[in-house]
Structures are given as structure tokens and as C-alpha cells.
Write a protein that binds this ligand. Sequence first.
Ligand SMILES: Nc1ncnc2c1ncn2[C@@H]1O[C@H](COP(=O)(O)OP(=O)(O)OP(=O)(O)O)[C@@H](O)[C@H]1O
Ligand SMILES: [Mg+2]
Length: 381
Amino acid sequence: MSRPTPDQVLDALRGVIDPDLNRDIVSLGFVTRHTVEDGRVSVTINLTTPACPMKDQMKEEAEQLIRALDGVDEVVIEMTAEVQGAPAQRRIAPDIRHILAVSSGKGGVGKSTVTVNLACALARTGASVGVLDCDVYGPDIPIMMGLAGQPDQLEGKLVPKERHGVKTMSIGYLLDDEKPVIWRGPMIHKLIEQFLADVEWGPLDYLLVDMPPGTGDAQLSLAQIVPLSGTVLVTTPQAVSTFDVGKAIGMFRQVNVEVLGIVENMSGLALEGRIDGAGGSQLVLSTGLGEERLELSDDGRFSTVIDVFGRGGAELLANKHGFPLLGRVPIEPAVRVGGDDGDPLVVSAPDSAIAHSFAEIAGLVARRLAIREHAELPILQ
Ligand SMILES: Nc1ncnc2c1ncn2[C@@H]1O[C@H](COP(=O)(O)OP(=O)(O)OP(=O)(O)O)[C@@H](O)[C@H]1O
Ligand SMILES: [Mg+2]
């Protein structure tokens, strides 16, 4: 029986187009191995991020194209990934491919919550991920990741504490809870420098930096110490938050940090319920936002969304500045509980709708970085 040659396999794979880069995976150099043994074809496709949202689709397409060749009995496709970055130019932390800040202009909008959930979502795709807590005023990462105690030291370097597959470092591990510290600008600068240079991060694909609120010393220092791959902004939908984020955008522009996109957090509170025996009638719901009439279904069910923090602010901001709205995360008690218990929702309820939203946001960020890095790589024929 005639079998396909390795070249025929490669030719077939030219039919798989990377939807982001608009080029076939062979000329992109993504096919790193292709063998034919009897009727068994084995292929390795090496993408630029394990968090690629198109991974399954591309694998499926490759499999179908090879299966369509004569003489193929079995197709084994291995998907690998190598995150590209430009750390060679980085004096500090050269083993970290991408350093990303998670910031906002305003406090309490969910930066830390978004940071830990995105980090866990990226780690679940197989990426190597770290979280650096630069919030010297309120270091929340230890609690949100369920970690405590002094970090170990190895050859004069601090060893990150690890949980949920994510390496973390925080001033919270090092300070006495009871004693206040007054942080001055140069101290913050030095601390961030040490957290990048004197922590044994090892090779990382993504280091997410949880920032304190505002546009102060920590943001400026971080941008001065290392070239950042960008920042993810977090806002609630309300005007004061988007107004403050607007200022943060201006600051990041000044220091040449790209805004990768915006996450709208606390965007609506879903209410669902049932009134037994009240099928077909109406419920008048009274919130501080006014009265809402809800039709009850035949078995008395209702559902609505209360826009506690308003609606649509992030979209307006994204449109105004021309960067993507990465996703919306509603108000959900389980998100808060996950933070308090140290098990981010992405880990404790990975199949929930909100965990999916976080995974999607993580995928969009990784994809945006991969597209940008890839523009600088050579194209094979
Ligand atoms: N989508 C959400 N649903 C419910 N609770 C949330 C949500 N997002 C965040 N929270 C809760 O709101 C509080 C503030 O969130 P978080 O600490 O992440 O904000 P932050 O922007 O990092 O705050 P700070 O500016 O103080 O650092 C936390 O208690 C968190 O658990
Ligand atoms: Mg925080």
C-alpha cells in the first residue's frame, strides 16, 4: 500500500492557516516535526502561546487534512508552545518572557482578583506563570492565593511561593502584619527592582504584576525598571472608575507602556429566583435604581441583572482610546469567596461561566502578545 511521504504531509499542513497571523502554519515555522511510519503520521505543531484560543481548532484542521491523504491509518498531533518575547534586551529578569501590569486608576475595582484569576487561567493552559504583588499598601496576593509565611532563600535569592501552579512573591510575605510601613518613592523603586532581580523566578512565560491603585510611584518605577509587555486595565462600569482609568491610560502612554485591553469587573449582579404558585404574574422589584417589573414564567421563575455599578463604561473607554474590551466579569459572591479562601474561581469552579470568562480574557491577552511578537520573527518558505 502506498503511504504519503513526509513532504506530502507538510504540503497538506499548508492548508492550516493561523487565523491571527493569516499565514499557514508551515511557512510560519510552527511544524517542528512530521514523520510517517507505515500508516501512522505524527506531527508536532509548536504555537507561540499555550493559551492560544485557536489551538483546538488548528489541531482539528491539521488532523482532517492529514486524514484525507491516501494511506493514512492513524494521525497523532502533538500541540506544543513556546512563548516568544524580547527579554534578551532586558537587563533584569531576562528569563521572563512577558511582564504585564494589572492596573487601574481606582482602588477596589478588582485588580488583585483579576490578577490571580488570569494567572491561574494561564497556568491551566500549561504556561509557566508568576504573580508579583507590587501593592505595598495592601498586599492581597498571599490571601488570594492561599499562601503565607516567609519565603525560603536560595543562594541569596528569594524563592517564590507557589500554589495553583503559579509562582508568587509579595511584600506581604516579608512584613510583620502589625507594624505599619511608610513607603517613600525610592523605597518602592528599590523593592520592585529587588522583586524582579533577586527572586528566583526561573524561566516564566508570563509574570503578572498586581499594582496598587492609582498612578503613583509603583507604576512609574515598574515601567522604568523593566520594559513591560503591556498593561491590562481593570475598571468597574461606573463613571468615576472609568474616569480614573482614563488618567492611568495617559500615564502609561507617557512611559510607553501599551494598554493590552480593559476588563470590566463588577459589571452587573444577576438575580434569579422563583415564587412558588405565582406563575404568570408580575414581580415588582425595587432597587435603589428604581422599580423594575419582571414577568414570572409559568412556574414562577424570574431573572434580571442589576447594574449596581452602572453599565457600559468600559466599552465607552475602549472605543474612545481604540483598545479592546477584553471581557466583563459580573458581581458574583463566589468570586469574593474565592479570593478570601485563596482558591481563585478559575481553580475552584473551572467550569463556571465566570471561570470561562477569565480563561477567555487570558487567551485574548496571550494572543495579542503572540501576534505582536510574531510580527518580528522571520518567515520560512
Ligand atoms: N466580580 C466580583 N464579584 C464579587 N466580588 C468581587 C469581584 N471582583 C472583586 N471582588 C471583591 O471585591 C473586593 C476588591 O477586589 P480586589 O481586592 O481584587 O480589588 P483591587 O482593585 O485589587 O483593590 P485595591 O485597589 O485595594 O488593591 C475583594 O473583596 C474581592 O473579593
Ligand atoms: Mg489589590
